[in-house]
Design a protein around this ligand. Structure first.
Ligand SMILES: [Zn+2]
Ligand SMILES: [Zn+2]
Length: 147
């Protein structure tokens, strides 16, 4: 079981399953929404996320024609996880919100063609120029973590 929280700690959640995969995305949308060089996403079953305290608000964002629900702290606005009607039962957790981030690493880098130029990636981690099928990322995770 892993605990996570938003920046102001009004929201605390627990994650009690095994991730399906975890990757870093360097697309320009992720750079804008994170205000950083890339974003981390951990794909999980949403039933494994449980709110322990606080209130999560939802904004609906149009991402390339798909309505995506951004679940965030209603006080400080930290993004906690994303969901979409297109992917029922799934969530893309923002794993930087875990209290302890030492137990996982991203198994791939996506949209490397738009990565910020100063960032040097480990050659041993899989890199994709653009998007890749989620099933491939699930396979890479299973190989590394033997689930
Ligand atoms: Zn907060
Ligand atoms: Zn992205």
């Amino acid at each position: 079981m892993h605990l996570g929280s938003c920046e102001c700690h009004a929201v605390q959640y627990q994650f009690s399953g095994d991730p399906l995969t975890c990757y870093a995305c360097h697309c320009t949308d992720c750079q804008t929404s994170s205000g950083s060089a890339f974003s981390l996403s951990m794909i999980v079953n949403d039933k494994h996320i449980e709110l322990r305290k606080g209130k999560v608000a939802i904004n609906v964002i149009d991402m390339n024609g798909v309505n995506v629900n951004k679940h965030h702290c209603s006080d400080c606005g930290s993004a906690l996880w994303f969901s979409a009607d297109e992917y029922p039962g799934m969530a893309a957790l923002k794993p930087g919100t875990f209290d302890d981030t030492s137990w996982f690493e991203p198994i791939a880098h996506l949209w490397v063609r738009s990565k910020q130029s100063w960032l040097v990636l480990e050659a041993t981690v899989r890199q994709y120029d653009t998007q890749v099928e989620i099933s491939e990322l699930v396979g890479l995770w299973a190989e590394k973590y033997a689930v």
